[in-house]
Design a protein around this ligand. Structure first.
Ligand SMILES: NC(=O)c1ccc[n+]([C@@H]2O[C@H](COP(=O)([O-])OP(=O)(O)OC[C@H]3O[C@@H](n4cnc5c(N)ncnc54)[C@H](OP(=O)(O)O)[C@@H]3O)[C@@H](O)[C@H]2O)c1
Length: 303
């Protein structure tokens, strides 16, 4: 297949690209087009004539997102409008990448058809994006607790943050060189989630693209289990043969919380997705073993 992919230089995007090319032999159009430029997006799709679109790019500069909300709206909601409308006009399927942070985190185990109730501006932008994309026939792929190598960069761009992104990689990077690592624990941050492997998310997205009647549907890209930050840290030590005595557990720095609200338990239930697409639901251990395999071999894990 020829697939136009946005955000291919980013963490999730580069994993999607590697899955499409290495596993499926797809032709990935990864050229960066300014997603806020409607005409450029339309021409991009018209010129390349892809068989499908995966829209994964986002503005990931949190200070800019909070400080310039009009621009953030353009980057999230309007850009998704442009890509989904271009795909609709071309008569091709489109997947738009979303997040578990569309949920409020008060309950956990959210299913694909639970109603979102975001607690912060990022979640609001993603929930608004979902609505716009669903109304234009796209499939929403919510990813959560994403792990995996960053194939497009030598190191991960961020260390630990109030979410689960880069959490495992940050622990491995520290402990394998004998450094101590403090796992943040607080009811005020994202404390429980359903881990995934980024390449596995790419596989679910591709399967959704080639499965009939997925337009307007939501899929969850994650494994079968949810974990706390402490549980994930301990399992990471087991799978990567690291010393758990190098872990400390403490509140996050106050600066991480100032003026911000984060969802507490954003664990997802992906059983409908797995039943519908016949995609696997790996355990946390299997996902971590997959990450270790990819990190050490440079090859995609088979889950
Ligand atoms: N990472 C996670 O833990 C996580 C968790 C849940 C959901 N997600 C979702 O996964 C998706 C990707 O996130 P990520 O963490 O992989 O992000 P990322 O690493 O920050 O990558 C963002 C990508 O978007 C591109 N981009 C930014 N502004 C652009 C613009 N104006 N026009 C075109 N491209 C632009 C960037 O290209 P340049 O580098 O060239 O600017 C980069 O390729 C998002 O939808 C996000 O909501 C991620």
């Amino acid at each position: 297949m020829k697939i136009a992919l946005t955000g291919a230089s980013g963490f999730v995007g580069c994993n999607i690209a590697k899955t499409l090319t290495d596993r499926h032999g797809d032709d990935v159009i990864a050229e960066r087009v300014d997603m806020t430029d409607r005409a450029a997006v339309e021409h991009h799709i018209l010129d390349h004539k892809p068989d499908a679109v995966i829209h994964c790019a986002i503005l990931n500069d949190w200070d800019r997102m909070w400080g310039d909300r009009r621009y953030a709206w353009e980057c999230y909601v309007e850009a998704s409008r442009y890509y989904t409308e271009a795909a609709q006009q071309a008569g091709i399927p489109c997947v738009v990448v979303s997040t578990d942070w569309v949920f409020d985190g008060t309950r956990g185990n959210y299913t694909e058809d639970d109603i979102p109730n975001p607690t912060n501006f990022y979640g609001f932008l993603k929930a608004a994006t979902e609505l716009v994309a669903i109304e234009r026939g796209a499939t929403i792929a919510r990813v959560s607790g994403v792990n995996g190598p960053h194939w497009a960069r030598p190191t991960t761009p961020r260390a630990q943050d109030p979410g689960f992104g880069y959490f495992v990689a940050s622990i491995v990077d520290a402990l394998e060189v004998g450094k101590r690592f403090t796992v943040w624990e607080s009811p005020l941050i994202n404390s429980k989630a359903s881990p995934s492997l980024a390449s596995m998310c790419g596989e679910v997205m591709r399967t959704a693209l080639v499965t009939p009647h997925m337009d307007g549907k939501i899929v969850h890209c994650c494994g079968s289990e949810s974990v706390t930050r402490r549980e994930l840290a301990m399992q990471t030590c087991e799978v990567f043969d690291l010393d758990p005595d190098l872990l400390d557990f403490a509140d996050p720095p106050a600066t991480e919380l100032e003026g911000k609200v984060f969802p507490h338990d954003t664990s997802l239930d992906a059983s409908w997705t797995s039943r519908t697409l016949a995609t696997p639901l790996p355990t946390v251990r299997e996902l971590l073993e997959g990450f270790r395999h990819e990190r050490t071999t440079g090859q995609l894990a088979h889950l």
